[in-house]
Write a protein that binds this ligand. Structure first.
Ligand SMILES: Cc1cc2nc3c(=O)[nH]c(=O)nc-3n(C[C@H](O)[C@H](O)[C@H](O)COP(=O)(O)OP(=O)(O)OC[C@H]3O[C@@H](n4cnc5c(N)ncnc54)[C@H](O)[C@@H]3O)c2cc1C
Length: 168
């Protein structure tokens, strides 16, 4: 087989990677220990709860959220304490986390909708933690349930990967 990229694992991360690569015109080989009928990995069986910040669903329920509050929650949960000195071991974890919280507060919802994921009006409060703005955990509900739960997240990506498999 001739390919630009080999993706190992057809769970959600592999499916998203394969879909993005195909969108960019790359030829992809996707390898999984399971059959084509089992694309999606854990996400297929999951509850399909997605972390979003300051979404229309939260606003509709009267939940006041912001990037600043979510980032404060993440820092309080992570407790990064190795950001300075000769070996700032937490630096890349903190950078990744900040980029992810920014994504969740900005383009993530539109990115998912553009790829076929839809949302129920329900926002749950997973990882509630201490229940305070200064402690660990989500200080407000941020657990957005995809329409169709797990398959509502995995199948839009699996469908496109299957379509790409059978296209010339
Ligand atoms: C019941 C349940 C509910 C969940 N609910 C939520 C939720 O509501 N919200 C949330 O954010 N997360 C939830 N999760 C977690 C979430 O589903 C996973 O973190 C996510 O789907 C992991 O995706 P992944 O692609 O990284 O890994 P996986 O889904 O584990 O995919 C890995 C893939 O690699 C394949 N593989 C493994 N080893 C090999 C090998 N040696 N060779 C070839 N292929 C291999 C596997 O077959 C699989 O297809 C839930 C998980 C479960 C099980």
């Amino acid at each position: 087989m001739d390919a630009d990229v080999i993706v190992v694992g057809g769970g959600l991360s592999g499916l998203v990677a394969a879909d993005e690569l195909v969108r960019e015109g790359r030829r992809v080989v996707l390898v999984d220990q399971e059959s084509e009928a089992n694309l999606g990995g854990q996400a297929y069986w999951s509850f399909g709860g997605l972390f979003l910040v300051n979404s229309p669903e939260q606003r509709r329920l009267g939940v006041r959220d912001s990037f600043g509050l979510a980032w404060q929650d993440w820092r309080a949960s992570a407790g990064w304490d190795r950001l300075d000195g000769e070996l700032p071991e937490d630096e890349w974890a903190e950078r990744w986390a900040r980029a992810y919280v920014e994504f969740a507060a900005e383009e993530k919802r539109a990115w998912l909708v553009e790829r076929g994921v839809r949302f129920t009006p329900v926002v749950g409060w997973a990882e509630r933690g201490s229940g305070t703005a200064g402690g660990h955990g989500n200080s407000v509900p941020r657990f957005h349930i995809a329409w169709g739960t797990g398959t509502g997240v995995s199948e839009p990506f699996a469908d496109r990967v299957r379509a790409a498999l059978h296209s010339p």
